[in-house]
Design a protein around this ligand. Structure first.
Ligand code: FE2
Length: 480
């Protein structure tokens, strides 16, 4: 009998203990959730750093962006819970609101994007209106929420610095005036008007990135700018004085750079009366099926000395370099693939060269044999004592090789990763942050010049801020 009684007691205790233990664990987790999340993130970082063979600046920045993204999402989910707690009738418990918000967030995130590209951003080759809408909304939220979070943190830090300075000033002032010890201990209090001002400023600060992301999505993404750039080439033949090359780059046909939009760019280009048109790669986003359509649209380009181009990394990534070259050739557009084309005016000549993205000499410093082969290949295309113009998607080795290339035309970076505050300070853009040396505009190195075009299309997020799509008119001259 006593045995039965103790077993029953133990069972009833375990029944009683389970919910209590659960409650205790929940209370501990709820009380220390920030520390737990931080520890998990630090553990992941330590694992990534330890398991990676090469952990350079690029990976570090990607990791930092990932951490900012996670922190920003936790921050904004917290704000949603705050709003729900305030406005949902019946004042539901915070924990249930938090669980519902997280579940809803994960559902929208995972349901919207079952396909996450490996090594790339989310793929967008789906033209269905609902897919385009979800894709646009996701990226608007992604860019807006991260930037707003960074601004809110900076704003909060600045406010704390100002308050700390005020506190120090107050201490010094009371000490020098030898006021009472009690008065010394009192920190200056926020007045209600100052608090209201700070609250309004915080709302404005956090709302502005969402507005900017909306502007970049709906307007700046297709607000094409015609950039006119004079390029001085000391040995330019006289016949080519004022020769106009119009450059188009990074077309990226897709739901956010449609055939109609590209047709508009083609019309603008033709209206600029180019002598020659140069295309510097990335004709598609990720969908190989789109190659036929982009070629059909670009077939409308007209220039008396022809339309020439080179391959981009997107053509190489999906393996369409040969097929799109054939499609272009059928329309009279010549892709230069480790080739040169003489451009003649009377008896004078320019030498136009094009090389593939995969042959861009990037591995020159890492794979010596292959790099040397490519270097010799490019050397053989350069004609001495002639103006050599190189079309290449990204110029990794610009100015390093002293090959006698006068002008390089390139693209790839979309004016600094499509997000740029260069108008505030040069170099304040996503590309420079990632350590990319050439971003936009004209560069000079060792007597060679490079023009970096911002492109007309987008990849990844369908947003451009401070990096308008660009069509460039390069006017060649011998004059200073
Ligand atoms: Fe591109």
């Amino acid at each position: 009998m006593p045995q039965t009684s103790s077993r029953a007691k133990a069972m009833s205790l375990s029944r009683f203990r389970s919910p209590r233990i659960f409650l205790l664990v929940y209370q501990r987790v709820a009380a220390h959730w920030r520390a737990i999340v931080l520890l998990l993130i630090l553990a992941s970082v330590a694992f990534l750093v330890a398991s990676s063979d090469e952990f350079g600046r690029f990976e570090l920045i990607l990791l930092a962006l990932l951490l900012i993204f996670i922190a920003s999402q936790i921050f904004w989910l917290g704000r949603f819970v705050d709003v729900g707690e305030r406005f949902i009738p019946g004042r539901p418990r915070r924990v249930w609101l938090a669980i519902m918000t997280v579940v809803l967030y994960l559902f929208v995130l995972l349901d919207s994007y079952p396909e996450w590209g490996l090594g790339h951003t989310i793929r967008a080759a789906d033209y269905r209106p609902q897919s385009v809408l979800i894709h646009a909304a996701f990226w608007w939220w992604f860019v807006g929420s991260m930037s707003a979070f960074v601004l809110v943190i900076a704003f909060g830090a600045a406010d704390r610095v100002v308050r700390a300075a005020g506190w120090v000033y107050h201490k010094v002032r009371t000490a020098t005036h030898q006021q009472s010890a009690a008065a010394d201990l009192k920190a200056p209090q926020l007045s209600s008007s100052r608090r209201r001002f700070l609250e309004r400023a915080a709302v404005l600060v956090s709302a502005s990135p969402f507005l900017a992301a909306g502007y970049g999505l709906l307007y700046e993404r297709q607000n094409v700018e015609v950039v006119r750039q004079r390029v001085r080439l000391a040995r330019l033949p006289k016949a080519f004085e004022g020769f106009r090359i119009v450059q188009l780059s990074d077309i990226h046909i897709g739901p956010f750079a449609t055939a109609d939009y590209i047709r508009r760019c083609v019309a603008i280009t033709n209206g600029l009366e180019p002598d020659l048109i140069a295309l510097t790669g990335d004709y598609i986003c990720w969908d190989p099926e789109a190659q036929g359509e982009v070629v059909r649209v670009l077939a409308g380009l007209r220039a008396p000395h022809g339309v020439f181009g080179c391959m981009g990394n997107h053509e190489a990534d999906v393996g369409i370099e040969d097929s799109i070259t054939r499609l272009f050739a059928a329309q009279g557009i010549r892709m230069l693939r480790q080739e040169r084309a003489p451009i003649r005016l009377g008896d004078q000549t320019l030498n136009l060269i094009g090389i593939d993205h995969g042959n861009d000499l990037a591995p020159l410093h890492t794979r010596e044999v292959e790099g040397e082969r490519r270097l010799q290949q490019l050397k053989a295309l350069v004609i001495p004592n002639t103006v050599n113009i190189l079309l290449i998607h990204y110029p990794h080795a610009f100015g390093d090789l002293e090959l006698g290339i006068d002008l390089t035309l390139a693209g790839d970076i979309h004016g600094g990763g499509q997000l740029s505050l260069d108008f505030i300070h040069r170099g304040l853009n996503l590309g420079s942050l990632m350590g990319v040396p050439y971003i936009r505009g004209l560069y000079e190195n060792g007597g060679e010049q490079l023009y970096m075009n911002r492109g007309i299309g987008i990849t990844g997020f369908p947003i451009r801020i401070g990096a308008r799509p660009e069509i460039t008119v390069l006017e060649l001259t011998r004059e200073t």
